[in-house]
Design a protein around this ligand. Structure first.
Ligand SMILES: [Zn+2]
Length: 102
């Protein structure tokens, strides 16, 4: 299997997984519960990861990811609880406060 995506926020990884799933590209999430127990590992080694189930989907998955990256907005911080949110979110994943447009 091939790792095709990683991000510190599990919700963003699952969001990408759902977008790929709509295109019938099957993936699985690894490191889902790893953060917090990082120990001596580099922080990016414990980020949730998205792995491709079928290598034949690789080209299509990469195209979709490139498209997503091109449209991606910057991450933002919730004005209410301070959590970091992916740019694609309109509401805070944690406290559901709406994103404040600056
Ligand atoms: Zn919040």
């Amino acid at each position: 299997m091939t790792k095709i995506y990683t991000h510190p926020n599990l919700y963003q990884v699952v969001n990408i997984q759902n977008l790929l799933d709509l295109k019938l590209i099957r993936t699985s999430v690894r490191n889902e519960f790893a953060s917090g127990g990082s120990g001596e590992l580099a922080p990016q080694d414990v980020w949730p990861e998205l792995w491709l189930e079928d290598e034949r989907d690789l080209g299509l998955a990469q195209n979709i990811l490139a498209e997503i990256a091109a449209n991606e907005q910057d991450d933002w911080y919730c004005g209410q609880c301070g959590e970091s949110n992916a740019g694609s979110f309109d509401f805070c994943w944690d406290c559901e406060a709406p994103r404040k447009k600056i």
